[in-house]
Structures are given as structure tokens and as C-alpha cells.
Design a protein around this ligand. Structure first.
Ligand code: NAP
Length: 334
């Protein structure tokens, strides 16, 4: 479509685009499809971007299964980079043509980031030197890890276990905790073990015997635990390694385990309500300078979303999976 023909003031624009959406709730492979959808207009306080790259997350599949359920159809794709093509009422500091990265307004819109155009609720300028593909991998991992580390109170001098440090949230958390001056033990698979060690973390495999290996590496129990592992079942071991105190353990991925053990979750009543997208610009700048990274495993044209879904659902994505809705089709990150 010709983006200049779209009317930002008219949310019910008749101009359509490609978007990966679902029209009923269910398993993502069954309900998702590449659709023609109206190009959304940005409401007050929002911007619209022509999407360059869209990071996929386990949360996308949870949306299909009914997380944050709302009127259907709806789209997937929570984080993007792109070029601003329309600015909503009351928005200042950003203009049509600016390159940005940010988080989509998935709860309101009928399409999200896996589309040619997306409405963003949170954004930051794309710094010079940051590849748009790498930029699209940042928002969710940065926001979740930064918010979770603050919720746990991680600071200089703490010994922190990041369980699932090979997930993108965990990988980001290790970097942020080390930058705060914490000592970090990373329980991770082999994919990023070398990178985690190079950053300064002590690395041990997850799975059987993890608690003993962590205590050996730490010289005793750890102060705090952040659990980002996509598979549950480790909570008793995580509480044990936190000297038996479940309140020193925060999970972003195992609410059932947390409820059984009395551990904390990012959905607790006392959890910070505000999302931490205000730090996105700072971390994008760090990424542009090579001081922070969320690795990209693979990119896909929008039409190959199903391959990305299969890899993600294997539980071993080994980095961020990124859709390229248009201009960067075929681009591979260096
Ligand atoms: N509450 C929130 O606000 C929030 C926000 C974002 C994400 N999350 C949740 O946080 C979790 C991580 O998300 P993500 O996007 O960072 O995941 P991800 O990058 O897709 O995680 C995939 C990686 O997990 C590793 N893994 C697989 N099984 C594991 C296990 N049993 N223990 C430890 N690591 C294992 C695999 O690495 P190896 O093959 O190398 O082991 C794989 O590459 C997900 O459960 C997600 O739903 C929650």
C-alpha cells in the first residue's frame, strides 16, 4: 500500500495491509493466519510505524490462548522497530520519518507488530548504529528484566541466580544485574554459556543437580533468584538455593510453581504496576555502542510466521525470532 494515502485521523481506514492475526482463541497453530487487516490509525498518545522488524515472544502464543482477552480479531507481535508514518493527538518529540523501536498497543488494536503497520504505545528513537533487526529484539527483554530486577531489589553486592539465562529475558537480566554490580550465577543451556561467562557470570547447566552446583559456585545460598526458564518444575530447587526463603525468588514464567511455594511473580498484587519502557532508549543506546545485546537467532519474512512459531514452541529458540514484514526481507543480522 502507499502509506501516504492512509488517513491517520480515520481509524476505520479502508486501506488494508498484511497482518498475522487470530479470529478465535485457541492453540496458535490452529487460530493464527496471515490476514488482510485495516491499517490502524494512531489514537491520542500513540504513533503508527511502518514495521521494519518484529520480535516474537512466548507471550504472543499466550495471547492466542486468551491472555488479556478482548474483542476479536487481534494480532500478535509485541515489539517492533520501524519508521514513523503517523502521529496521534498530543504526541510530541517524534515526527513522521523518524526511526524508532518500541512496544505495540496490542491490547486495544485489531492488529499488532506482525503486520506492515503497527500502532505503538511505548517507543524510543533508534540510535545511529543500531540495526533495526537487533532493535526489534530489545523492548520485551529489556522491559521485563529491568522491571523484575527492580522488583527483586537487585543491587551492587548481591549474589543473584538467573535461572534460564539462555532465554532472552534471562540473558538481558544477567547483563543488567552485572552492570549494577551484582555477582551473577547463570543457570543456562550451552547456547549462550560462553557469552554469559565472557560477560562475567558464573555459568552452570539447568536441570538435575542445579541447586547444588549453584551453591558450590556461590559458596553457599544466593541472596536472590530470578527465574525466567520457560519450563516449570524447578521452584523447589530455586527456593532451596535461596536459603529456603521463597520471598527471595521471583519468577516471570512459573506462576503455578510460585503459588505452591509462596515465591513472587511479576503478576503479584505488590508487583510494580508501571512497565519499564522508560529505560528502552538507554538500552538501545547501549546496544548501539556494543555494551548490551539481545541476540537474534533467525529472521523470517512475514509469510513464514508458522516456521517461527514452530521453533519458538520447541522451547529452544536460541535467541530472538524476528519477522520482517517488508523492507528488510531476507536480511540476516551480522
Ligand atoms: N511476566 C512477564 O512479564 C513476562 C514477560 C516476558 C516473558 N515472560 C516469560 O519468560 C520466559 C522467557 O521468555 P523469553 O522470551 O526470554 O524466552 P525464550 O528466549 O523464547 O526462551 C527460549 C530458551 O529457553 C531455554 N530453555 C528451554 N528450556 C529451559 C529450561 N528448562 N530451563 C532453562 N532454560 C530453558 C532454551 O535455551 P537452551 O536450549 O540453550 O537451554 C531456549 O533457547 C517465558 O516463559 C515467557 O513467557 C514473562
Amino acid at each position: 500500500m502507499n502509506e501516504r494515502t492512509s488517513n491517520a485521523a480515520d481509524p476505520a481506514s479502508a486501506v488494508t495491509m498484511d497482518a498475522v492475526r487470530f479470529h478465535e482463541y485457541g492453540e496458535p497453530a490452529a487460530v493464527l493466519r496471515l490476514d488482510r487487516a485495516p491499517v490502524p490509525g494512531p489514537g491520542p498518545g500513540r504513533i503508527r510505524v511502518a514495521v521494519r522488524a518484529c520480535g516474537l515472544n512466548p507471550a504472543d502464543w499466550a495471547l492466542c490462548r486468551g491472555l488479556f482477552a478482548a474483542e476479536l480479531p487481534r494480532g500478535i507481535g509485541l515489539e517492533v522497530s520501524g519508521t514513523v508514518d503517523a502521529v496521534g493527538e498530543g504526541v510530541t518529540g517524534v515526527a513522521v520519518g523518524d526511526a524508532v523501536l518500541g512496544a505495540t498497543d496490542y491490547a486495544v488494536e485489531r492488529s499488532a507488530g506482525a503486520a506492515h503497520f503497527a500502532v505503538l504505545k511505548h517507543w524510543a528513537p533508534l540510535p545511529e548504529g543500531l540495526d533495526p533487526v537487533r532493535a526489534a529484539a530489545l523492548p520485551m527483554a529489556v522491559e521485563t528484566s529491568h522491571r523484575s530486577l527492580d522488583h527483586l531489589g537487585v543491587a551492587a553486592g548481591h549474589t543473584l541466580l538467573v535461572h534460564g539465562a539462555g532465554t532472552m529475558v534471562g540473558f538481558a537480566a544477567v547483563q543488567i544485574a552485572l552492570a549494577r554490580g551484582a555477582r551473577v550465577i547463570a543457570a543456562a543451556g550451552t547456547t549462550y554459556a560462553g557469552d554469559l561467562r565472557a560477560m562475567g557470570a558464573a555459568v552452570t547447566p539447568y536441570g538435575d543437580g542445579m541447586a547444588g552446583r549453584v551453591e558450590e559456585a556461590a559458596g553457599g545460598p544466593v541472596d536472590l533468584v530470578l527465574d525466567t526458564a520457560p519450563a516449570g518444575g524447578a521452584m523447589p530447587a530455586l527456593v532451596a538455593v535461596a536459603d529456603g526463603d521463597p520471598r527471595r525468588v521471583l519468577t516471570v514464567s512459573d506462576p503455578e510453581g510460585a503459588a505452591a511455594a509462596g515465591a513472587r511473580t511479576s503478576f503479584d498484587k505488590d508487583a510494580p504496576r508501571a512497565l519499564h519502557y522508560d529505560v528502552l532508549g538507554e538500552f538501545a543506546q547501549r546496544a548501539a555502542e556494543g555494551r548490551f545485546t539481545v541476540p537474534v537467532a533467525r529472521t523470517f519474512p512475514l509469510g513464514e510466521w508458522r516456521t517461527a512459531l514452530d521453533i519458538s514452541q520447541s522451547g529452544h529458540a536460541h535467541g530472538k525470532l524476528v519477522l520482517l514484514p517488508a523492507a528488510l526481507r531476507g536480511h540476516l543480522p551480522a
